[in-house]
Design a protein around this ligand. Sequence first.
Ligand SMILES: [Zn+2]
Length: 152
Amino acid sequence: MKPEHEERFRRIADDYLDRPGGDYAELLHRGEVRSPEGVDPELWRAEIRAKARADKIRVMTIRSGDRAIAALRRTVPKDQEFRVLSAAMERGEVLRGAAERARLRGHEIVRWVAHDQESIAMCPRCQARIYVRLDIDPPVVDGEALEKPCPS
Ligand SMILES: [Zn+2]
């Protein structure tokens, strides 16, 4: 991993560890959150909506394959919902592709931590990392999890 990506990875990880509030907290903080892999997207949507209802916060959720995406409605004008959700889905594609590459090397990529246009993930077995940055074209996808096989 390039040193500048390594530094960003550490910053994002530290930032996340300061607020381990889960998906709903992430939604409130970032304005957008994706369901974790392996979680039933419909149950996840129902849970996010129930929490939002209890807090009287307006959210929109959308299904994207075996995942779901939730976004705060107040941040997005009605006529831009589709554009915002499409962008979220495109980001999902890049992350899925990176996780797939790591999995081909035996790593286990369970969830991503997002920080604006950057995302990080780590193999829980060997701590191999992935760093993704999405606001440049082509996106940055870096990390030893994409190069080296999982030793375990
Ligand atoms: Zn690994």
